[in-house]
Design a protein around this ligand. Structure first.
Ligand SMILES: N[C@@H](CCC(=O)N[C@@H](CS)C(=O)NCC(=O)O)C(=O)O
Length: 149
């Protein structure tokens, strides 16, 4: 069976798929923020207000735009560790079924976190989604440390 960071290695191939999903989701948060800025006419800087013919910047913040930005920030705090730790975890040669389950749980938890955050679904739903993803990353980190010890 193929090992290492090769698409012939089933664990790497599955990891690449789920990492691609969560990275794409994270990347989409930027254009999604822009869509809301244009719709709500609340921009990031003075020159943007000029560009959209809105006169001087009001300096006001929009709660929904701030929510989208927080969601994006939270993705960055969790998805980047997943990609880095996940690559090291693949190199430990884990059981395929266990690894794929972890990748699926992480991707599912982050997609759910976004839906919950953007729709302001009451807590503790967002905290649970966040903790599930954090749990996967922590599990993989300990597997890497154990293998490298
Ligand atoms: N940077 C995060 C660290 C803790 C965290 O990620 N909490 C989760 C569950 S409550 C979350 O969704 N935080 C909201 C956020 O990061 O905007 C924060 O400031 O809240």
């Amino acid at each position: 069976m193929a090992a290492g960071l090769s698409f012939d290695n089933e664990v790497f191939s599955k990891f690449a798929f789920y990492a691609g999903v969560v990275l794409l989701k994270t990347m989409l948060m930027s254009p999604w923020t822009t869509v809301h800025r244009i719709r709500r006419k609340v921009f990031a800087s003075a020159e943007d207000y000029v560009a959209f013919g809105k006169g001087p910047a009001s300096g006001k913040q929009d709660p929904h735009i701030e929510r989208v930005r927080s969601c994006h920030q939270n993705d960055l705090e969790n998805v980047i560790p997943f990609v880095l730790i996940g690559l090291l975890y693949v190199l430990t040669g884990p059981d395929v079924a266990t690894a794929v389950l972890l990748f699926r749980i992480f991707a599912g938890s982050r997609l759910l976190h976004t839906v919950i955050y953007l729709n302001a679904i009451p807590q503790p739903s967002r905290a649970i989604a966040f903790l599930v993803g954090l749990g996967v990353n922590t599990f993989m980190a300990f597997a890497v440390l154990k293998r490298a010890w």
